[in-house]
Design a binder for this molecule. Structure first.
Ligand code: SF4
Length: 500
């Protein structure tokens, strides 16, 4: 029996963490789970709090008390919904899993807030998913045709229906059977009356790690969640691995889909993961500094100051400054107390948002030649405003260096990307982009340079070591829903750059 205690919406949601104008790629979800934990829901709330940067629109936690599954969900931040002792007390049991999200497939609304829950013939089934199923629409159509009745518009729900209709005897085998039909990216934490199952898609596109917290086994999207709850990082859940944990803490591992070469998302290193996390065996902070170092090697600049675009450009700017021997200075100060409504109705509102968030450190930059370092350029509107702000503050030259290759393709693996026609790099060549953001010079790190910075010898064209599709257009899975949609491909509608 499941109790679904909805928490009242947080109202006009504001938060200080993400950009004002929608001019960043946004990781869509973070997940956390704990089993054999004394206060599983409290650990889950704390773990999700550390993953808040991965999704700030809504949060949910489901616990299992040995008999019942209990769910609570709410709009807004973890702290708004799960910081009180009363909220945690409503989620008893030694097993819990939770989810923070932006809306991916399916859009906003409480009915899409995860973990999703269903009563199956085998008992309760709760699922938290980070990623995006790229054939969800096709699967859903087929399932509806066979009589399934969907409760949400989330892509994740197709997994529940595939599990429900599988004829295998055990719940783990039913899940494996279901995942055979699923393409795209998924990191999953599943709860059943028999325990917890954690798994990643065969290419490991989205991250998932395993840790120990005393006798408890914990899973999270990033290692930073383990630091916060006092857990020890054990290892990554391997791409394609299905890990089952029972209530005694016994762990069994299988790879039912073989072991194809992994393709984890390289953008985790560039921007999504917190810099204090370990991703793909490497410190994210160190990787970002190395990206800045490589950027300085590839695209040096004769300037007086290296200035990061806060906060995500900071580690790369440190690497750039150290390599080039130019002073690193905070020429832009970021307000951490700027509210943001989720809907920015117009470009004008977007632009004012940039100014409210960033302010020039005028005394520092006046009369100086500066190079700005940012992690990426998406639409380009933020970059333009920041360059203009630096000029208004008296900088004599404003150069721009970007710690990722041009983002020219949309992501279909659980990251909120504007449609391709809105991506600056999909619309323009380098010189036109420079003109658009009004910089004195503009350069991006090369794709090979990015690979070298994160510990590879360079991009292996025949078998790339990461997913890098938003830079290269080389999608590592089929994109069935896209190929069935009106847009026959990732093709770009013609946009006149002059009209930008
Ligand atoms: Fe990551 Fe880009 Fe691949 Fe999406 S397309 S998974 S953002 S590398």
């Amino acid at each position: 029996m499941a109790h679904d205690g909805f928490i009242s919406p947080a109202g006009n949601i504001t938060h200080p963490f993400i950009d004002e104008d929608g001019d960043k790629l946004r990781e869509e979800c973070g997940i956390f789970g704990a089993i054999k934990a004394e206060r599983a829901a409290a650990a889950t709330a704390l773990g999700l709090h550390a993953l808040q940067h991965r999704g700030q629109e809504a949060v949910g936690i489901t616990s299992f008390d040995g008999k019942d599954f209990i769910s609570r969900r709410g709009l807004g931040h973890v702290a708004e919904n799960f910081s009180s002792a009363e909220a945690i007390a409503e989620l008893p049991g030694t097993m819990a899993a939770g989810h923070v999200r932006y809306s991916t497939t399916g859009g906003a609304g409480l009915r899409n807030v995860q973990p999703l829950y269903a009563e199956l013939a085998s008992g309760g089934f709760a699922i938290a998913h980070n990623g995006n199923i790229s054939n969800a629409m096709a699967l859903r159509k087929d399932l509806v045709g066979r009589g399934s009745i969907f409760q949400s518009t989330s892509d994740t729900e197709v997994i529940i229906h595939l599990v429900a209709t599988s004829r295998y005897p055990t719940i783990a085998d039913r899940l494996i059977d279901a995942l055979r039909f699923v393409e795209g990216a998924y990191a999953l934490i599943v709860m059943t009356p028999e325990g917890m199952i954690a798994c990643r898609d065969p290419l490991g596109i989205r991250p998932l790690v395993m840790g120990k917290m005393g006798d408890a086994v914990v899973f999270a999207s990033e290692t930073v969640a383990f630091d916060v709850v006092g857990a020890e990082f054990i290892r990554e859940v391997e791409p394609g691995e299905i890990l089952q944990v029972d209530f005694e803490g016994n762990i069994t591992s299988s790879h039912p889909f073989g072991k194809p070469a992994a393709r984890p998302c390289i953008f985790e290193h560039v921007y999504f993961s917190r810099p204090d996390s370990i991703f793909a065996g490497q410190s994210v902070y160190e990787a970002r500094k190395a990206i800045g170092t490589q950027l300085a090697i590839e695209s040096p600049c004769d300037v007086d100051l290296v200035v990061p675009v806060p906060d995500s450009g900071v580690p790369a700017a440190i690497g750039y400054a150290q390599r080039s021997g130019v002073p690193f200075e905070l020429g832009i100060i970021r307000s951490h107390y700027v509210g943001r409504t989720f809907i920015q109705p117009s470009d004008a509102a977007r632009h004012s948002g940039v100014k409210r968030k960033h302010n020039a450190n005028r005394g520092l930059v006046e009369g100086k030649r500066i190079v700005l370092i940012d992690d990426s350029i998406v639409r380009g509107t933020t970059s333009l405003k920041i360059v203009e702000m630096m000029r208004e503050a008296g900088a004599s030259e404003v150069h721009f260096r970007v710690a990722s290759p041009p983002t020219a393709h949309s992501c279909f693996y659980g990251v909120d990307t504007p449609e391709r026609s809105k991506l600056l790099a999909a619309r323009m060549e380098l010189e036109a982009m420079r003109e658009f953001i009004k910089a004195d010079s503009l350069a991006f790190i090369s794709i090979d340079g990015l690979y070298r910075a994160v510990g590879s010898k360079g991009r292996d064209k025949a078998c790339p070591q990461f997913c890098d599709a938003c830079f290269t257009g080389d999608y590592p899975t089929s994109l069935t829903d896209l190929s069935l949609s009106d847009r026959k491909s990732d093709e770009l509608p013609f946009v006149d750059p002059k009209a930008a």
